[in-house]
Design a protein around this ligand. Structure first.
Ligand code: SF4
Length: 254
């Protein structure tokens, strides 16, 4: 979207905002510093980077990974997979996007532009993702927040959007997501393991910590990041597998 603004296809918004969860894939952060920050500056758009750890919102447990609300005390915030007594694999509720990104972005924007200011929030879903723009969490906009989808207005597919970025002279952009994200495809896990082994094994350590804290609460043998319910260290990833699991937010995987 910033490339389209820099090329004059879209007007410049007041600011572009990026929420770093604390588990953001290092490749995304590098891309942001090397390419997005200079591009935003050239396009005359203020780039705001916000972090949950720097906001006075409610504190989480387990180093930020576990819920602290009374109804789900100690349960994981990311959507974890766990094997149930009948052998099937269950999935815990996804609360991470709301608590690590949406609330932080709303807090920072309210502080920066005023609590009662009407905000038009641009989300870069492409035409092959237009179903995401109709999901309840995006479509049910609060009264002071309205969504706009500029890539849908430009009628760009994901591939066309990426080609446009490349034609502007930038390398292929990654999809913004956490390196621990259970919604990743096997292809993405495999890439992480191959290209960033230290980050991959850090994810495996974090998974073990969540399992220690939550397995009993979820009545599970193991609480896993991978959809198979197996520990990351044991999974054989299918390289061609690009099945993205469901995430209807506009704050992850865009
Ligand atoms: S990328 Fe995944 S783990 Fe991170 S906030 Fe989004 S859904 Fe949660």
């Amino acid at each position: 979207m910033l490339c389209a603004i820099a090329e004059g296809l879209l007007p410049a918004p007041d600011a572009a905002i990026f929420a770093d969860t604390g588990w953001e894939n290092p490749a995304d952060l590098e891309y942001m510093e090397e390419h997005i920050r200079p591009l935003a500056s050239r396009a005359g758009v203020e780039l705001i980077v916000c972090r949950r750890s720097e906001t006075p919102l409610k504190k989480h447990l387990g180093g930020g990974l576990l819920d602290s609300s009374p109804a789900s005390l100690g349960k994981p915030l990311p959507p974890m997979f766990f094997r149930q007594p009948d052998g099937s694999v269950g999935k815990s509720r996804q609360k991470c996007t709301g608590e690590w990104k949406r609330d932080v972005i709303n807090h920072v924007l309210a502080k920066r532009f005023g609590k009662m200011t009407m905000r038009r929030h641009w989300v870069c879903f492409s035409t092959d993702e237009c179903a995401r723009a109709q999901k309840p969490s995006v479509a049910n906009t609060p009264p002071l927040r309205k969504f706009r989808f500029p890539l849908l207005e430009l009628k760009w597919t994901r591939r066309e959007s990426i080609r446009f970025v490349e034609r502007c002279g930038l390398p292929t952009p990654p999809q913004s997501a956490c390196f621990i994200c259970p919604l990743q495809t096997d292809g993405e896990w495999n890439k992480l393991k191959r290209e960033r082994p230290l980050v991959f094994w850090r994810a495996a350590e974090i998974e073990a910590g969540i399992n220690d804290a939550c397995a009993e609460k979820l009545d599970a043998d193991f609480v896993a990041f991978h959809r198979s319910g197996a520990r990351l260290a044991d999974v054989i990833f299918k390289d061609g597998d690009s099945r993205r699991l469901f995430c209807d937010s506009g704050d992850c995987f865009t």
